[in-house]
Design a protein around this ligand. Structure first.
Ligand SMILES: [Zn+2]
Length: 238
């Protein structure tokens, strides 16, 4: 007779280790010096000018791309020395950065997003693209944390991670003084532009899977979570 109370946490830890190794290995093969430290910051800092390994994911490019049909201008990265440092305080943060890298198609400071342009205007396509990029990183990192059909991760951790990631979003749109305004309008904005948001997340799923397979022969596919699915779970007592 097995003892589920003991085997489940061990499985989760094994799955986590495998995923952490796969992400780190892939990012290293893309030219990053990967540093995982509990007290570390969560960031990417470029060291040298590197070339892009894929085109940046835009809403319009992602919308034209069908599921399972990845057309992203891939080219094998070449470098003589690490072109960027990626710091993460653990697997969830590393996954979030990984998704940004996959969508950016390159290793660049702040993933090539111009933070001097903060606050982004969500009334404009360019401003919303920053939001869809962020939400894709939130959702797809949650999906990988939860795991595939065996769902080796726990929902409690996934829900907590989703909230934590959303918690820093208002500042990008100039709403850090009134975050409740951001939370109240967010579900409606996503619904109004659902095709934009979905295209970016689908693109992120395809790109992350392709990168992990290329970089680490990691082919476990996660459950396809969506923003709406994770948002609806908020506030639920588990
Ligand atoms: Zn982010």
């Amino acid at each position: 007779m097995t003892m589920p109370g003991l085997t489940i946490p061990e499985l989760e830890s094994d799955a986590d280790n495998l995923l952490l190794e796969a992400c780190s290995k892939t990012l290293r093969r893309l030219g990053a010096d990967v540093r995982i430290r509990a007290e570390g910051e969560n960031l990417i800092r470029s060291l040298l000018q590197g070339s892009a390994f894929a085109a940046r994911a835009t809403v319009s490019a992602c919308a034209q791309q069908g599921r399972g049909n990845l057309d992203w201008g891939w080219s094998e990265p070449t470098f003589d020395a690490p072109i960027a440092v990626i710091e993460a305080s653990g697997l969830p943060n590393l996954l979030h950065e990984f998704v940004h890298v996959a969508l950016a198609g390159q290793l660049a400071d702040d993933h090539g997003i111009d933070y001097r342009a903060i606050p982004y205007d969500l009334g404009m396509p360019g401003g919303r693209q920053v939001l869809w990029d962020e939400l894709a990183a939130c959702v797809v990192s949650c999906a990988y944390l939860l795991g595939g059909s065996r769902q080796t991760g726990s929902w409690m951790r996934v829900d907590g991670w989703f909230d934590e990631q959303l918690g820093i979003q208002p500042i990008f749109y100039g709403m850090d003084d009134a975050p409740e305004h951001f939370w109240s309008m967010l579900p409606g904005l996503v619904e109004l532009h659902s095709s934009e948001c979905r295209a970016m997340s689908e693109c992120a799923y395809e790109r992350v899977a392709a990168l992990l397979e290329w970089g680490a022969a990691y082919d476990a596919k996660p459950a396809r979570l969506s923003f709406a699915m994770l948002w609806d779970r908020r506030g639920q007592v588990l």
